[in-house]
Design a protein around this ligand. Structure first.
Ligand code: GRF
Length: 228
């Protein structure tokens, strides 16, 4: 029987979409997801939060929202491969449809990325393909760029190199420091990241042959530009 609740692409009603969110730090993006689910702007449920750091502030946000959480300390593993293998097991216990990297400060192995191919997203604080890696705001300011921004993308084996889904730009003003630009950029991340997840939940967004596809149209190389 066809699933009439889905717009396309998915055979699961959006209300059942399960997210596992990976964090290492304060978890403000996690909080945006929590808030969106609570006010009905994001369908589905956050099944679990997983952190590689026991002191990540986001764990308190999960606890306050009654979301299951787990800590898996990467320092307890002899290799990146063994950590990622265990991380996969932890995540898969929660049967996620979509795994959300929300400030998860780990380089992921190809095995991990391939296991979640097409259901693994990240947010990066730059207008990708500009400034993959760290210190993005400082690099944008030092380069004299007029704009910084944030990009939500599917994750592939290339660090910060997977196909962009949605991007928001933020004007850089003369007084900006990396911290002030980061704060304004985070506010955009909190809007565009749950938006991308909602498209996925509705079955409108897929990774197809290394391209991000929304409503059956391949997205532009920089992703959907928010606001349109
Ligand atoms: C954000 O800047 C995000 O772009 C980057 O890590 C930071 C996470 O912040 N990937 P938070 O933990 O969600 O507050």
């Amino acid at each position: 029987m066809p699933d009439t609740l889905c717009t396309s692409g998915s055979n699961k009603p959006p209300a059942e979409t399960r997210y596992v969110i990976l964090i290492s730090g304060s978890g403000s993006n996690l909080q945006a997801f929590i808030d969106c689910v609570q006010r009905g702007a994001l369908s589905g449920q956050i099944a679990a939060v997983v952190s590689n750091r026991a002191d990540a502030g986001g764990l308190q946000r999960a606890s306050a929202a009654n979301i299951a959480s787990e800590v898996l300390d990467h320092r307890a593993f002899p290799s990146r491969e063994e950590f990622d293998a265990q991380l996969t097991q932890v995540i898969d216990r929660y049967q996620p449809d979509l795994v959300i990297l929300a400030g998860f400060m780990r380089i992921l192995t190809p095995a991990f990325v391939n296991h979640y191919q097409g259901r693994l997203m990240n947010v990066h604080p730059s207008l990708l393909p500009n400034y993959p890696g760290l210190n993005t705001h400082q690099r944008a300011i030092e380069a004299g760029d007029s704009h910084g921004g944030a990009t939500v993308h599917f994750v592939t084996e290339q660090l910060d190199g997977g196909p962009p889904i949605i991007q928001a730009s933020v004007a850089i003003v003369r007084e900006d420091s990396p911290a002030t630009l980061a704060a304004r950029t985070l506010q955009c991340e909190h809007i565009i990241y749950p938006m991308a997840a909602q498209w996925f939940a509705e079955g409108r967004l897929q990774l197809d042959n290394q391209c991000a596809v929304l409503d059956k149209q391949t997205l532009p190389v920089n992703g959907y530009q928010y606001p349109a």
